[in-house]
Write a protein that binds this ligand. Structure first.
Ligand code: GNR
Ligand code: NI
Length: 167
């Protein structure tokens, strides 16, 4: 296993659109394992391959307190979203120290492949529903701050650039 480097906003590679995985093979299983290790070390509850500069449709999520509910979502699709929306405070490992409210569907049903290449479906609500929508945005090249006002986005960019220079 290996820890992967997480890209920081505003890095233009965070805006690349991920391609579908053609075959779930050992390379993808190693990516899933390395992404899980990186997510737990951060620590975070989810990670999209885009954030580690791999532009393929792979996500890992574990919203449990005990690290017992690791799930891989390969080629995920949202096949149903509730009309009910909910506002939740979000953060992102690619935008450290920034937390703000985002409105999303309260519940979603996701279809994806697991590490064995088997199709499964999962009904998501609560933090899991927030997280899967946040991660699927990453695969489309979208970071949660893009839902915020232009003024906030400008401030966040300037704060992140200052932080990067201080390193
Ligand atoms: O660790 C994370 N926590 C979180 C909290 C609220 C909403 C979304 C998230 S995802 C984030 C990890 C991350 O940046 N994934 O892309
Ligand atoms: Ni994120």
């Amino acid at each position: 296993m290996a820890l992967l480097n997480i890209l920081n906003y505003p890095d233009k590679r965070l805006h690349k659109v991920a391609k579908p995985v053609e075959k779930v093979n050992d390379r993808i299983r190693k990516l899933v394992a390395d992404m899980a290790e990186t997510m737990y070390a951060a620590p975070g509850v989810g990670l999209a391959a885009t954030q580690v500069d791999v532009h393929e449709r792979v996500i890992v999520i574990d919203v449990s307190d005990t690290h017992e509910e690791l799930r891989a979502f390969i080629n995920p699709e949202i096949i149903w979203s509730s009309d009910e929306r909910k506002i939740h405070e979000e953060g992102c490992l690619s935008v450290p120290g920034i937390y703000d409210n985002v409105e999303r569907a309260e519940k979603v049903r996701v279809r994806a492949l697991n590490e064995k290449g088997e199709t499964y479906e999962l009904d998501c609500e609560g933090l899991l529903a927030v997280c899967i929508q946040h991660e699927m945005d990453h695969l489309m090249g979208k970071v949660f701050v893009e839902y915020l006002s232009p003024l906030k986005q400008t401030r966040i960019k300037s704060k992140m650039k200052k932080l990067a220079h201080a390193m």
